[in-house]
Design a protein around this ligand. Structure first.
Ligand SMILES: [Zn+2]
Length: 413
């Protein structure tokens, strides 16, 4: 779609979303006297209040839900404290999800001739079902493997000639590791595309996965609150993540003040849904850090807004001795070293001397023992921190079932 009609469509759908949410008294209280007809331009949206994660939690189970009941489905975020965040889907929401997920597959070059193995879990977590609906919509064959059972995953992948694998971003590392342990020949796979998301993964990690599996990877974004994966994906041009603007409105705000930032400046991603019924979102603070890369047409031909790959989350920023950093900055340094594995952990302790940082990395047999000093020096150059670096054999760091644990904070509160 050309930019101009796209903007007009966005404005029309903003008005419809405001009207739809306004039916629920809880939304009306939040939005005050904002009326759909007051939205004259897309930028008028910035006058509406921001919605926080805690407000969504406090509205458990259906306080901010809208749309025709009974709902068709509910999904839930894996929150660590307090109430979970529920997202109720109407039948139209499920169809919308299939549509945006199918688009993501197409952007990744996937067609109906592909065989798609889905490795995220099918359940309250949105991953499995989202990839499933998109694949059905596309008409491709699905292997709904779900989470875990890595040996079986490899066997099915090989024997059923899977060409596409979808996963949370660190799961491919598990596939590679188990293949190595079991002397499984990764060269026997027919994989060509990987679609990964739900966790931060650096460009260096991406490179390692692509080389080991012989695939091209694509970074998909989205979360339970926005209706699962499918908010956007990067394309073959690898020039930013396209956000499907006819369904989602993205803004970047200053995490401290909430003010909208100019294009190119990094800040917190704020998402509004434009077509969701069960849980419309108006200016939802995601805690994800990124920036607008471009609003111009991409080399791939798409006109949808491009944002940068997610750089971290406002809530996983680590502060040690007045220095702020994100685990990903350490990851970039660690993965650059030859002979070092892909698992690492940043451990924070405190004692009488103050906070201490230890970077635990796994090394292959025969790895240069000088690598620890090198990592320490590079972390110091990049972040002005001098961590201890502990080297240990591959397999020492615990592999969790779900998302990777990169920071272990043992400091006294
Ligand atoms: Zn593109």
């Amino acid at each position: 779609m050309e930019r101009e009609p796209l903007e007009a469509l966005v404005l029309e759908r903003m008005r419809a979303t405001l009207a739809h949410a306004g039916v629920n008294p809880a939304w009306r209280r939040r939005l005050g006297d904002a009326r759909p007809e007051d939205l004259k331009r897309v930028d008028d949206w910035q006058r509406l209040p921001l919605l926080t994660k805690s407000e969504l939690r406090d509205s458990y189970p259906f306080g901010l839900a809208c749309g025709q009941r009974p709902y068709a489905r509910v999904h839930m975020s894996s929150g660590t404290t307090g109430n979970p965040i529920l997202n109720p889907y109407t039948a139209r929401d499920v169809a919308q999800w299939a549509e945006v997920m199918a688009r993501c597959y197409v952007a990744a070059g996937v067609t109906r001739d592909d065989v798609i193995q889905i490795t995220p879990s099918f359940g309250l977590f949105t991953g499995g079902f989202g990839f499933h609906y998109g694949a059905e919509r596309l008409g491709a064959m699905v292997i709904p493997a779900g989470a875990g059972r890595t040996s079986l995953q490899l066997k099915l992948m090989r024997d059923l000639r899977a060409t596409v694998v979808t996963a949370i971003a660190t799961y491919p590392l598990r596939l590679i590791e188990v293949a190595h342990e079991e002397r499984f020949d990764l060269g026997s796979l027919a994989l060509r595309v990987g679609i990964f998301g739900s966790e931060m993964w650096s460009d260096d990690l991406r490179g390692r996965i692509e080389r080991a599996l012989g695939i091209r990877t694509f970074d998909i974004i989205g979360m339970t609150e926005t209706g699962g994966p499918g908010l956007g994906i990067d394309c073959a041009a690898r020039a930013g993540i396209h956000v499907w603007q006819d369904h989602y409105h993205a803004e970047i705000v200053d995490p401290a003040t909430g003010a909208v930032l100019p294009d190119g400046v990094e800040g917190e991603l704020v998402v509004s849904t434009l077509t969701r019924e069960g849980l419309p979102l108006i200016r939802y603070r995601t805690h994800d850090l990124t920036r607008v890369v471009s609003r111009a047409r991409c080399a791939c031909g798409r006109t949808a807004l491009r944002i940068d790959r997610l750089r971290g989350r406002t809530d996983d920023m680590v502060i040690v001795k007045g220095v702020n950093f994100y685990p990903r900055q350490i990851e970039t340094i660690v993965l650059r070293q030859p002979g070092v594995g892909h698992e690492y952990q940043v451990v924070l302790d405190s004692d009488a001397g103050g906070d201490r940082v230890t970077v635990v990395v796994e090394t292959e047999p025969g790895c240069d023992p000088g690598v620890g000093a090198r990592i320490r020096r590079e972390v110091h150059d990049a972040l002005a921190l001098s961590p201890e670096v502990r080297l240990c054999p591959i397999g020492t760091i615990e592999r969790p079932q779900g998302k990777a644990v990169r920071v272990v904070d043992r400091r006294a509160r």
